[in-house]
Design a protein around this ligand. Structure first.
Ligand code: PGA
Length: 250
């Protein structure tokens, strides 16, 4: 059985004060969540104070990005160990916005993934196709190639600490979610790739999140699909009531 994992990607939103308010709201409405895992990924500037607020609670802290070097003259970059230092358990790697605006490639994604694992951070590795790629029937080929390239060299033992997120680029922030059937088809293709790489028993243990306009009114249907094991949520994770409704999917 795979424990569902719901993660909020706050992107470039929330000051420290706003983040505190949101986290307090989440903790107040969370209730018992023994059968699911919850992660919030605030911007770097809010990680330390929110890590303090979340310590000892059922919500884990994640970062949205890291650099693969341990330290050095890399102006503006944050090292894996620095994220551990402020209480992060997870880190998003290879989000399409990082690929689009900050030069991430499958090669840097792979390096970052190893850097995260070496520092005991669990990567949430994002993959996804663009609209033209989907329209031309290439979505599965592109996405499974991203999975293979991102995971190059990752061992069976290491894959246990990794979460994948399928995020079709055209569905991110657009309100235009993939249908549950299309998302399930892609998740099944990703799992088939994992089976080729790691064998069926291991592939069955890896969690694959869906991301892209997940909302309170579509989360239940998405989560009812056999290969969808969680959600990576942007816009709807910025308000306590909508993120709580997503966390409490049926
Ligand atoms: P969205 O973002 O939920 O606002 O579409 C998802 C993501 O980019 O992780």
């Amino acid at each position: 059985m795979r424990t569902p994992i719901i993660a909020g990607n706050w992107k470039m939103y929330k000051t420290v004060a706003e983040g505190r308010e949101l986290v307090r709201g989440l903790l107040a409405g969370l209730g018992a969540i023994a059968d699911r895992e919850v992660v919030v990924c605030p911007p770097y500037t809010a990680l330390y104070p929110l890590g303090e607020l979340l310590a000892g609670t059922p919500i884990s802290l994640g970062a949205q990005e890291l650099f693969y070097e341990a330290q050095g003259a890399f102006t503006g970059a944050i090292a894996p160990q620095m994220l551990r230092d402020v209480g992060c358990a997870y880190v998003i790697i290879g989000h399409s916005e990082r690929r689009q605006f900050f030069g991430d490639t499958d090669t840097t994604v792979n390096r970052k993934l190893f850097a995260a694992l070496a520092s005991d951070l669990r990567p949430i590795m994002c993959v996804g196709e663009s609209k033209p790629q989907r329209d031309s029937g290439q979505a599965e080929v592109i996405v499974t190639a991203q999975v293979r390239a991102g995971l190059a060299g990752v061992s069976v033992a290491q894959i246990a600490n990794l979460v994948l997120a399928y995020e079709p680029i055209w569905a991110i922030g657009t309100g235009d979610t993939a249908t549950a059937a299309d998302a399930q088809a892609m998740h099944a293709a990703i799992r088939a790739t994992l089976t080729e790489l790691y064998g069926d028993a291991t592939a069955q243990t890896v969690r694959i999140q869906y991301g892209g306009s997940v909302k309170p009114d579509n989360v239940d249907e998405l989560m009812s699909q056999p290969d969808i094991d969680g959600a990576l949520v942007g816009g709807a994770a910025l308000k306590a009531d909508s993120f709580l409704r997503i966390i409490h999917f049926q």
